[in-house]
Design a binder for this molecule. Structure first.
Ligand code: TGC
Ligand code: FAD
Length: 390
């Protein structure tokens, strides 16, 4: 049998078509040239200064809303989209977040639930990266339980008026458009809010120790008046935002394996180069046990991602299947990063290596898009028929 790539010991690559490998290579190329040389600096400065240029570059490659059909979107498969997320997150979770929020949350909400007019107005500009979108569901007092949200939209004549606060919103202060979910007399509804609308304000959140190469914001809606045409017409209830979360969580379950691969690659190289007690640390059984365990989890998580991707393309996914992937892959990716960090010793805490950056980023990825506890309860409900959320 041929010798395997240490980063793909099981030979999962053989399960990909030449076209899928080409998509992956194209994404890797842009990551190598436009992201990897700079991302540690962005992380260190806690900023993404090139967000507009980068978003346009990602758009020109067809990576924004890449799994959506029409309106300037690339119409690629779920597996293609997953492979792109993996490569982007191998560079940095913050960059994959930019793409997730744009394509799977903001664009998907409009694509799936929007009017023809909303789609024509926003999707082509968002696909090209000329307009950045954000997705406001979480509030200061309602994270895991978005159904209790306090942001409210009331009808006033022919208009809607929105009041409330959203917190932890990726891309909030750089977005041209915000998809905002609000409580109404008809249940939760979604609104397409141009961020230049009077009464809308966004403030960047500082002092994050995670996802630093990503803009995270508070949105304040103070009597934001919108025409009737701003409401997403096709959906009422919490199922609206949750349908978008399924899409983003799917991308994350692939992406996390990218962060893990990057950390593992660093640890494997370091184990070969670093000597203590007169031999490479990779020669010690304790180091080998760590490397072997990481290779097993990287293989398992990547196989699970590919399986869920093939299934999504063939028949679609149930929410609990997405939860299974998000829970397992992000948890295991974080473990891989932490173990890799130990192999690098003191260098493991330095931004000279990507490991602690990925590790810290994954703390956000673990919490956003449903905490491990929420996904455990979703799986528990699917297994038992009993909802244990409240
Ligand atoms: P529950 O009563 O179970 O459901 C309410 C309605 O929604 C339907 N539903 C779903 N529909 C589509 N997809 C899903 N995954 C769905 N889950 C439930 C359900 O059938 C019901 O429909 P109907 O017609 O009967 O009304 O709702 P609940 O209030 O008990 O909550 C369930 C729970 C806890 C699982 C849910 O609220 C949840 O997932 N909480 C976590 C919140 C979360 O993940 N927030 C993420 C915010 S966005 C973000 O983090 C972006 S990060 C940036 C990046 O991605 O990079
Ligand atoms: P809480 O819900 O307060 O949870 C705190 C703890 O209590 C968690 O461990 C949780 O699992 C546990 N817990 C809660 N309920 C239960 C229960 N029933 N049983 C057991 N344990 C429970 N949101 C958006 O809408 N849009 C975005 O773009 C976005 N981007 C984000 C970017 C970053 C960097 C971060 C960190 C978050 C972002 N979020 C975004 C918010 C994210 O989705 C929420 O942080 C997440 O849903 C958890 O909500 P919370 O932080 O309020 O925690």
């Amino acid at each position: 049998a041929p010798k395997a790539d240490p980063l793909d010991l099981a030979g999962i690559d053989d399960l990909l078509s030449p076209e899928e490998k080409a998509v992956r290579a194209a994404v890797r190329q842009v990551c190598d040239s436009a992201i990897d040389p700079y991302v540690a600096d962005w992380f260190e400065s806690g900023d993404l200064p090139v967000i507009r240029e980068l978003t346009k570059e990602l758009g020109s490659l067809g990576l924004l809303g890449m799994h959506l059909e029409g309106y300037g979107c690339a119409g690629m498969s779920a597996v293609d989209y997953g492979l792109a997320c993996l490569e982007l997150e191998a560079s940095d979770s913050g960059i994959r977040s930019l793409v997730s929020v744009q394509g799977s949350l903001a664009m998907y909400a409009i694509w799936r639930h929007g009017s023809e007019e909303q789609k024509q107005e926003w999707l082509p500009r968002m696909a090209s990266g000329d307009a950045i979108g954000c997705f406001g569901l979480t509030e200061p007092d309602h994270g895991s339980d978005p159904g209790s949200m306090r942001t409210r939209a009331r009808r006033d004549g022919g208009d809607w008026v929105l009041d409330g606060t959203k917190l932890w919103i990726t891309n909030g202060s750089v977005a041209e458009v915000a998809v905002v979910w609000a409580q109404t007399d008809e249940g939760v509804r979604g609104f397409v809010v141009p961020t230049a609308t009077p009464g809308f304000a966004a403030h960047t959140i500082k002092h994050k120790m995670s996802l630093r190469a990503s803009v995270t914001s508070e949105l304040v809606l103070d009597s934001v008046r919108l025409p009737e045409s701003a409401v997403l017409p096709e959906v009422r209830g919490l199922g609206g935002p949750l349908s978008c979360l399924n899409e983003a969580r799917y991308g994350i379950l692939w992406g996390a394996m990218g962060a893990a691969r990057s950390a593992f690659r660093s640890a494997l190289a370091y184990a070969g180069e670093r000597s203590q007690f007169g031999r490479p640390i990779g020669g010690f059984q304790l180091t080998q046990a760590k490397l072997a365990q990481m290779a097993v989890e990287l293989t398992n998580g990547t196989l699970l991602a590919l399986h869920l991707g093939r299934r999504k393309d063939a028949v679609g996914l149930r929410p609990e299947q997405v939860s299974l992937g998000k829970l397992n892959n992000v948890t295991k990716a974080l473990e891989i990063c932490r173990t890799s960090r130990t192999i690098l010793g003191a260098n493991g805490i330095s931004l000279e290596y990507p490991v602690i950056r990925h590790m810290n980023n994954l703390e956000s990825v673990l919490t956003y898009e449903g905490t491990p506890e929420m996904h455990t309860l979703v799986i528990g409900q699917a297994l038992t028929g009993q909802a244990a959320f409240r």
